[in-house]
Design a protein around this ligand. Structure first.
Ligand SMILES: NC(=O)c1ccc[n+]([C@@H]2O[C@H](COP(=O)([O-])OP(=O)(O)OC[C@H]3O[C@@H](n4cnc5c(N)ncnc54)[C@H](O)[C@@H]3O)[C@@H](O)[C@H]2O)c1
Length: 352
């Protein structure tokens, strides 16, 4: 049986996790790589034995034999490339965030319906084993009704620079880059309740703190500290129509003692933490129990989650599974992110 030919557009940092995952899937062949930076595309093609290299994604999409593509480019290109790929008859795994605006998200959704092809949004945390373990407990009613969730992703020093720090190409700072993950996973585990209002604050007080020495941090493939037009901190209170609420804060830079990632859910029968470590909190015989699932990775298994995400994507293109992160969810998350920026800009609560 011939293998499904896949292509990866954007050959920077995250693409390697997509490529590793495709490489370990026996059903697919890594066929083509595209990047504006040809040397970068060539290097990835050599590493994964891809026979076709492009700098213009349109030429890649013109190849009828390509079955599916991963989009791993800057955020400002996600909508345009997704729509072009869907219209060219390809299935799409698009990195988060789906795009930069609700209008663009709706255009992508239209293209999905028009083409009849699959678009899976790269909400990779949904595909982690630990998220699926918690989902099982939640679906079986162990937490009861979840009425509160609290999520943080605070970096004291972690503005990646380059395009991440250029609002035109990224669409925003820590909120759209890392906040998207914790908002999405909280919302998903809460059962995707309908959003009612959003009240938020965004600050740009510290800049990128490129002056800091003796402490290393993640930097984009094309690191450049000179331009920084994104926020350095954001927080938000999201109210849902079912009465539940989600409290979030995120930062690229903050005078915090240490970095912190946490995702906590509180129900009327029990609680759960996905991060920093998977755990469940319950009550039995008038005694509070903290329960620790015995698993290989207590925190996020990054590479394993990408493997699960890519395998689920391929299975979904073959009709064996349904994607866990359809375009509709990408649209809802864009509504939340955009409402957070709007609320902060206008200094008032936004109703959705
Ligand atoms: N799921 C996750 O946990 C996760 C983690 C990091 C990044 N991401 C997402 O992945 C995407 C890429 O991030 P990254 O860290 O790899 O950035 P990066 O800067 O390392 O790589 C991006 C690459 O895209 C290329 N590119 C940009 N526009 C292009 C175009 N029109 N055609 C072809 N190539 C183009 C750039 O030349 C660059 O090589 C972003 O959307 C980011 O939000 C997701």
């Amino acid at each position: 049986m011939s293998k499904l030919k896949i292509a990866v557009i954007g050959a920077g940092s995250i693409s390697d996790f997509h490529l590793q995952a495709y490489d370990s899937n026996p059903e697919v062949e890594i066929y083509a790589i595209c990047d504006l930076n040809e040397a970068r595309a060539q290097e990835a093609a050599k590493k994964y034995n891809a026979t076709h290299v492009f700098t213009d994604y349109k030429e890649l999409l013109a190849l009828p034999e390509i079955h599916s593509v991963s989009i791993c480019t800057w955020n400002d290109t996600h909508a345009e490339i997704s729509i072009a790929a869907l219209d060219a008859g390809k299935n799409v795994l698009c990195e988060k965030p789906l795009c930069q605006t609700v209008e663009d998200a709706l255009e992508v959704e239209k293209a999905v319906h028009r083409s009849g092809k699959l678009l899976q949004v790269g909400f990779v945390r949904r595909y982690s084993d630990n998220a699926q373990i918690l989902k099982k407990f939640i679906d079986e009613g162990e937490l009861g009704e979840i009425y509160y969730a609290k999520a943080s992703c605070l970096r004291r020093l972690g503005n990646p620079g380059g395009w991440f720090a250029d609002v035109d190409r990224s669409g925003g700072g820590p909120l759209i880059d890392i906040g998207v993950h914790i908002i999405d996973i909280s919302w998903y585990l809460m059962g995707k309740p309908k959003v009612k209002t959003v009240s938020a604050n965004v600050s740009n007080r510290l800049g990128n703190r490129a002056n800091i020495r003796n402490l290393s941090f993640y930097q984009a493939a094309d690191y450049d500290a000179n331009k920084n037009t994104v926020e350095d901190m954001a927080n938000a209170l999201i109210r849902f129509e079912n009465g539940a609420s989600l409290l979030v804060d995120v930062s690229f830079t903050l005078h915090a003692k240490q970095d912190e990632t946490s995702v906590r859910l509180y129900g009327d029968k029990g609680g759960a933490e996905l991060e920093p470590e998977i755990s469940l909190i319950g009550e039995k015989f008038d005694t509070i129990l903290n329960m620790t699932p015995q698993v290989d990775f207590k925190s996020l298994d990054f590479a394993g989650s990408f493997r699960n995400e890519v395998n689920h994507f391929i299975d979904s293109t073959q009709g064996r599974k349904e994607t866990l992160s359809p375009v509709e969810d990408g649209v809802e998350i864009m509504k939340i992110l955009c409402a957070i920026y709007e609320s902060a800009r206008e200094g008032r609560e936004i109703s959705l």
